[in-house]
Design a binder for this molecule. Structure first.
Ligand code: ADP
Ligand code: MG
Length: 721
């Protein structure tokens, strides 16, 4: 393989890899039997550019005798698979001008007509005597008819059946230019060679594979392309899913190690001079989850390594208290701790809460926001510089301006929502400059109130440690969620009026209704006018939307918090956190347009005081849309909702921007089904990287080879390697 060196330049050579040629599978498909240069172009359009692509191009369907229905027993209304011989065929015109291709299929049990409306050209493809596998709904038009969504010619006239009961029949994603039968033939002619070559990519040894209960790669590909049973295909898929998780976790483990090594951390020492008194002063016991998470955090903080931890917990699960204990550990070890909130209002609220909690400890809590007066600001800055302020709460002002700390040991970031962890980390990692002054890198704890399934969190933020608060303190009154149709709005308004009558406050939330923010604004504005003049004329109704300046937003939210407004009409900007315990009712219009996680965030704005609270979803839509909302209304567990959201929306949707074109983050792995594999892959990846950071050991040469050859993009993205 002279002269063909990949750009990374760090590829192990053949000897080192001790393997067959890793790059052999990179040869273009045109060199495979039955492809050729002309067809290769069509293959490329299917993302099948190389021999390896063919191995990783998996059947989208497996059929075996157990999934077939005898033709005589196909029932109207069913969606079924059947196999039969074509007895007659032809194109029939309809009065509307549509031409329908029809073929009568027969097996031992009976006959059925199959119809393909608008596909007269099939006449040239499907011949009498051909054996077809068809799959689709059975309908009733002048008798039973099947309308195949898909079909495969399993044997030509006079040829023996391609479908004996024992074989599993595979159907690949195909295209007009690369039809199913071409793909099948190419696999038939090349698979044996490809399977043998796939051994060059095997990076795990036999005993590791046995421990994981997974097949080696040649066997896995055999199971996927030529399964003997449906279970085999699933086993093969799990092997590829493991590989996906493994290399993702490997890169993240490398990133984690790089961060840890770049900057030594602080080994905090627990003296209990603050932690114990706080414990004793609390009027309640920590939940089991809080105690567990604190142990995890303390273990990180007392180790000399820098902490990079992600704390997930539903609204109200007691994250702030956990954060406070972590901050006290820093302070009692002689360091300062900072808590960063996304808005000024939240920073103020945090500061108030913390002051209340630490009052008895004789500890002050500083506050630093953009709107502080010059004098107060200078005093705070000086306190931070001198170290006389051990605890500080603030907005981005904390890190964006030239704030100098005496000894900053811990930064807690209250993320509130969204998957913003990466950016925030980057912010903290930004080289000193005018930013935070720090003799050593502080430990970092990021808190998020948007529950996402554990497997998703581990996939997106595999370089962070993960702590989950999955238990709410006892004695909460859960928010009651109601589902209403637009026609029931008057009744909904009556409910709101009753709450306001009782001195409570409420929200009416609108989604992004149009394609543009302008339309969004108009809808909310019009509704505000209607609600304030027609529906609630003697109430004070405020309006909050995305086009207000930050100052204007703050002032509206402040008015609401201070009780100067009874009802707040808002677009989704309020999601970002406003804590008004007196608000007990929320109406969400067009609820069907929101994602479940977003609805959960919104709903978290009520039920923050002691009283019973309501969330009313006004929605219209089909069965599926309403079913989603019923799931949402039936639980207040954010993690359960997140899993439902993942199930309904699919993982591709959640990865969003991370998914670039044809290189999806995960192609074979399923975050809901494969969590066990993810955990195994994660622990193996971490063991490998920790024992051999450069992957220099001969035993890791294959891992390194595959990593640099196939995951170069990812290495760049995570800035490792
Ligand atoms: P989060 O930040 O996760 O939304 P908070 O930390 O604000 O939650 O806690 C919500 C409320 O619950 C606060 O009033 C807090 O004092 C209280 N709380 C926290 N932990 C417990 C507990 N273990 N038992 C009872 N109440 C608790
Ligand atoms: Mg530490």
């Amino acid at each position: 393989m002279s002269g063909r060196r990949p750009p990374e330049g760090r590829l192990p050579d053949r000897q080192e890899a001790g393997a067959g040629d890793l790059t052999r599978l990179d040869r273009p498909v045109q060199f495979l039997k039955g492809v050729g240069p002309r067809r290769a172009e069509a293959f490329r359009k299917l993302a099948l550019g190389t021999a390896r692509d063919l191995l990783y191009h998996l059947p989208r369907r497996y059929d075996d005798a157990s999934t077939l229905t005898p033709i005589g027993r196909l029932e109207v209304g069913a969606d079924a698979n059947a196999v039969g011989r074509v007895r007659s065929r032809g194109v029939i015109p309809t009065r509307g001008g549509l031409r329908i291709f029809q073929a009568v299929l027969q097996d031992d049990s009976g006959m059925i007509t199959c119809s393909w409306p608008g596909q007269p050209w099939l006449e040239r493809k499907i011949r009498e005597g051909d054996e077809l596998l068809v799959s689709g709904p059975v309908k009733f038009y002048h008798g039973r008819q099947m309308h195949p969504r898909e079909f495969v010619i399993t044997a030509r006239e006079g040829k023996e059946s391609g479908f004996d009961g024992g074989t599993i029949f595979t159907s690949y994603p195909a295209s007009d230019d690369v039809p199913q039968w071409v793909l099948r033939r190419v696999y038939e002619e090349n698979l044996d060679t490809l399977l043998a070559e796939s051994d060059s990519e095997e990076y795990l040894d036999r005993s590791t594979l046995d421990g994981l209960g997974l097949p080696d790669l040649p066997e896995a590909f055999r199971q996927l392309h030529r399964p003997r049973t449906p279970t085999e295909a699933e086993t093969g898929r799990r092997r590829l899913a493991f590989d996906e998780f493994f290399f993702l976790q490997l890169v993240q483990a490398m990133a984690r190690l790089r961060e840890a090594e770049a900057e030594p951390g602080i080994a905090f020492r627990r003296s209990n001079t603050l932690i114990r008194p706080l414990h004793e002063a609390l009027p309640f016991r920590l939940t089991g989850a809080q105690a567990r998470v604190l142990r995890e955090i303390f273990a990180d903080m007392t180790a000399p390594r820098r902490m990079n931890r992600f704390l997930q917990g539903d609204v109200g699960s007691g994250k702030t208290l956990v954060a406070l204990f972590a901050m006290l550990l820093a302070v009692e070890s002689g360091w300062q701790a900072a808590l960063m909130a996304p808005t000024e209002l939240l920073a103020e609220q945090h500061a108030l809460k913390l002051r209340e909690l630490v009052a008895e400890l004789g500890l002050g809590v500083g506050l630093l926001t953009g709107s502080l007066g010059t004098k107060a600001r200078n005093e705070t800055l000086e306190g931070l510089r001198e170290g006389t302020i051990p605890l500080v709460v603030g907005t981005h002002a904390l890190i964006q301006e030239s704030v100098r700390f005496h000894r900053l040991g811990l930064v807690v970031v209250d993320e509130q929502h969204r998957f913003g962890v990466r950016q925030r980390m980057a912010l903290l990692d930004a080289p000193g400059g005018e930013g935070v002054s720090r003799p050593v890198a502080p430990d970092v704890l990021v808190m998020s109130a948007t529950p996402i399934p554990r497997s998703l969190a581990l996939t997106l933020y595999g370089d962070l440690e993960l702590s989950i608060l999955d238990e709410l303190p006892p004695g909460r009154t859960p928010v009651t969620t109601l589902l209403r149709r637009p026609g029931q709005r008057d009744e909904v308004y009556d409910g709101v009026a009753r709450e306001l009558e009782a001195g409570r406050q409420g929200y009416v939330v609108y989604p992004l209704v149009g394609e543009s923010e302008k339309m969004d604004l108009r809808a909310a504005t019009e509704e505000h006018a209607r609600l304030s003049t027609e529906v609630f004329p003697d109430r004070r109704v405020g309006l909050l939307h995305g086009q207000l300046s930050a100052d204007e937003k703050e002032s509206v939210m402040r008015a609401f918090r201070d009780g100067a407004l009874d009802l707040l009409v808002a677009t989704t900007v309020i999601e970002v956190g406003i804590d008004v315990p007196n608000a007990t009712v929320m109406v969400i219009e067009h609820a069907e347009r929101f994602g479940l996680s977003q609805l959960h965030q919104l709903r978290g704005r009520v039920g923050r005081g002691g009283g019973a609270s309501w969330c009313v979803l006004v929605a219209e839509g089909g069965d599926l849309a309403m079913e989603r909302l019923r799931v949402f209304a039936s639980t207040t567990d954010g993690f359960e909702i997140a899993r439902a959201d993942l199930r309904i929306r699919g993982q591709g949707d959640l990865f969003g921007a991370q998914q670039s074109g044809r290189d999806p983050l995960l192609r074979y792995a399923d975050l809901l089904r494969d969590e066990d594999l993810l955990l195994e892959a994660r622990s193996l990846a971490r063991r490998v990287v920790e024992s051999d950071p450069e992957l220099a050991a001969p035993a890791h040469a294959r891992i390194r080879g595959v990593l640099h050859l196939r995951h170069a993009e990812r290495l760049r993205m995570w800035k490792v390697g």
